[in-house]
Design a protein. Sequence first.
Length: 339
Amino acid sequence: MNRTEIATLGEFGLIRHLTDKIELTNPSSLKGVGDDAAVLEYKDKLTLVSTDLLMEGVHFDLMYVPLKHLGYKSAIVNFSDIYAMNGRPKQMTISLGISKRFSVEDLESFYEGLKLACSIYGVDLVGGDTSVSLTGFTISVTCIGEVEKGKEVYRSGAKETDLICVSGDLGAAYMGLQLLEREKQVYKGEADFTPDFSGKEYLLERQLKPEARKDIINELEKNNIKPTAMIDISDGLASELLHLAKESNVGCQVYEDRIPIDFQTAAMAEEFNMNLATAALNGGDDYELLFTVPLSLHEQISAMEGVKVIGHITKASLGNYLIGRDGGEIEIKAQGWNK
């Protein structure tokens, strides 16, 4: 494969090379890449802004994360934050710290994933920056979104007796990470190595190419349901439950047997001799939505595809507890990723 040194293009030449064919699709994007600043116009809506910093060796390992997947995931984790406010992502900027071991072709792969995510989710890439990095690959993404006034959802609105709901299933991304780390350790000791991922594709996809739950936000809107509180599950269910409970000044009860878990996740946990509830509660990187709705919506929310009721909100004085399969109560503590 050809390798073009970044120095042959220079900083501005590199940005031009990576962004010259980007077209703006949202009416709120007036001016994108190519000037000192992007120009956006939001008329009668609230503007949402989210930012994330991803560091090589902390948030990702390029030994097993393809750059195209990394580009895609870098965008998705920010889109997820906007959906967690009941909004829609519209624009994104990205800044990269790049060490000399990366070529122009490497960055083309990264941008390919980034642009694919933007295309699928209807987001305009409107700017960014690059810099030399002495320590590896650093990614900073800022996402701008919109939400109609009165439809925004915070973490602080959960009320006593509200139902606690989650989208999708939990723990798969964490088990995918365990699988990748295991194969990496085996690889270190073998010259001729082929990783064994057969039958575990879903776990890898959840870790390497997650999706943001635009579909759930659309479904809630279609059913005229506005959650009382919402947060995305990036650091593990336990951590996010505690954030939501603290911000809303409430307690919660969640039932272990109601937490949605995929078969591959359960099988992998057994293979690793790992507690399944621990993986689901503390794994992280799921990018599912955790939200609360009034008890009166039980029938309606239970009928929604891809959503599961896992518990209910209680008084703050009652604390935050997981009700085990045996009926015993375990206090919820955050052991997720604090990254």
